[in-house]
Design a protein around this ligand. Structure first.
Ligand code: UN1
Length: 490
């Protein structure tokens, strides 16, 4: 099913779908904002309280269910996602604005994440240490932390929820989840998929709403841990609240990720990957490439080729097969990014390339931003330091690899970076010198596999990393068991 009519917003509370009686919410198609995708009342504080109480009641029984059995439900939900990937991917494109191909790939990715955690019951679940005492072993076992508050952003409306909810559930936690209110549709789909395969009531609760719903979850005394992905400002506020309440927080925050192109790079590969990193999802990924550092020997050729490619990008309706770049998510995002471009010009940036936007016809009201490449000299500029979260790439040149790596580090964030070189010595220097949580050599700065740690260095995140075995650090706590028998039988 795809969105041809407006979907009614509902909330999943203690296993029941309910309408919200809070303020009216609506999500629109950002390419054609007159089309309302989903509409309905927000969840209320009372709904949050009911959901948290249900999650708290359900938690012990869920944690006592064998992990293998919990996993079977995640695997069954993965099949539902896989079966619906084409339709839901198109829905995602219609509500969030990324291209249909990216939307379908994201639904499949969410299925892959559910599968990864669905199989967790088959993996190692703790550790055994030798004891200094005779007749004793020391076991480190894992227990769920309890009720997890999950707050997710607009830019991956199904993949990010999957990579928070799947580990929360497989390790025996229950969940109270608030997705971004700009993109509720895929949240409804994911919650429905998990509900349809028999998740017990109260194990997963979905509440759609704005900041006040999120605040209620974060402040609720029965919420035992909070995981958040989104803006640095909100993330720090949530982390402060969590610290004051004494509960763990995992916050995945901003990025200002650099691609470094060295003189010896494979130029075709580097241009292609920088284009993907900077412009896929209209630059709205925390891992997107928003800074480009090119060394002098390759800079002119590289930037000329890149500018040609940017001017030729097909910007348009994400639902159409040949569209390469859709709109940004909202009018507020469009205004903020446009203001950032203006400010960069005011601060002395030179525009190297501006792509097209559909200025006329049915898409004329859409929240489009032309893909833009801007070069800076040595002057300070906000576009070099502040996250814009749009299809805008700021460029600086460097005389050599050492200066280029130093420029890559010239930022308070440290989420991801990409380095393009064919010289293994330079690549190893990059691994040593660039301070990031995720480093790509000869591939774009975005992308994350489900079985390996994901998260940033420096100010890009707080708390344990996400995904793979790393997720277990956040969603469980350890019990160290000193295991000794009685006296030996004679
Ligand atoms: C990716 O690079 O594919 O919010 C995933 C974000 C990140 C996820 C990036 N948490 O964009």
């Amino acid at each position: 099913m795809t969105v041809s009519t407006t979907i009614s917003l509902q909330h999943l509370v203690d296993g029941l779908w309910i309408s919200g009686s809070g303020e009216e919410l609506r999500s629109v198609n950002p390419a054609r904002p007159r089309i309302i995708v989903a509409q309905g009342g927000s969840a209320t504080h009372a709904d949050v309280d009911t959901a948290v109480a249900a999650a708290a009641r359900a938690q012990a029984g869920w944690a006592a269910t064998p992990m293998r059995q919990r996993g079977v439900l995640l695997l069954a939900a993965a099949d539902v996602l896989e079966r619906n990937a084409d339709g839901w991917g198109l829905d995602l494109a219609a509500e969030e604005g990324k291209t249909k191909a990216e939307g379908v790939a994201e639904v499949r990715r969410a299925a892959q994440i559910l599968r990864y955690y669905g199989n967790e019951g088959d993996r190692q679940s703790g550790e055994i240490y030798a004891s200094p005492r005779a007749g004793e072993q020391i076991l480190v076992t894992r227990k769920a932390v309890g009720v997890v508050g999950v707050i997710t952003p607009f830019n991956f409306p199904i993949a990010i929820p999957a990579w928070k909810i799947a580990p929360a559930l497989i390790y025996g936690n229950t969940v109270v989840w608030k997705p971004a209110s700009t993109v509720p549709l895929l949240a409804l789909r994911l919650a429905a998929a998990l509900n349809s395969v028999g998740l017990p009531s109260g194990v997963l609760n979905l509440l759609i709403g704005g900041t006040s719903v999120g605040d209620r979850i974060v402040n609720h005394p029965a919420v035992d841990a909070i995981t958040f992905t989104g803006s640095t400002g909100i993330g720090r506020r949530i982390a402060a609240t969590a610290a004051a309440r004494g509960v763990p927080v995992q916050a995945e925050l901003g990025g200002k990720n650099a691609a470094v192109v060295l003189d010896d790079a494979d130029i075709d590969l580097a241009v292609e990957q920088v284009m993907l990193g900077a412009f896929r999802s209209s630059g709205q990924k925390c891992t997107a490439t928003s800074r480009l550092i090119v060394t002098d020997g390759i800079a002119d050729t590289f930037l000329r080729t890149l500018a040609e490619r940017v001017s030729a990008l097909k910007v348009g309706d994400p639902a159409e097969e040949d569209t390469e770049l859709g709109p940004v998510v909202s009018d507020a995002a469009q205004r903020m990014i446009s203001a950032g471009i203006e400010r960069a010009i005011g601060q002395g940036a030179t525009t190297l390339a501006v792509g097209q936007t559909p200025a006329q016809g049915p898409l004329a009201d859409g929240y489009f931003i032309s893909p833009t490449v801007m070069e800076l000299g040595n002057q300070p500029a906000d576009i070099w330091t502040e996250e814009l979260f749009g299809p805008v790439l700021a460029v600086r040149r460097a005389p050599g690899a050492a200066e280029a790596f130093a420029l890559a580090n010239d930022n308070e964030f440290g989420l991801s970076a990409a380095v393009f070189t064919q010289d293994v010595t330079r690549a190893l220097e990059a691994v040593e010198q660039i301070d990031v949580g995720v480093l790509h050599i000869n591939s774009e700065s975005a992308g994350a596999d489900p079985h390996v740690p994901f998260g940033g260095a420096k100010k890009s995140g707080l708390g344990p990393k996400e995904q793979g075995g790393a997720a277990r650090e956040f969603y469980t706590h350890t019990t160290t068991v000193y295991l000794r028998g009685g006296a030996p039988r004679s």
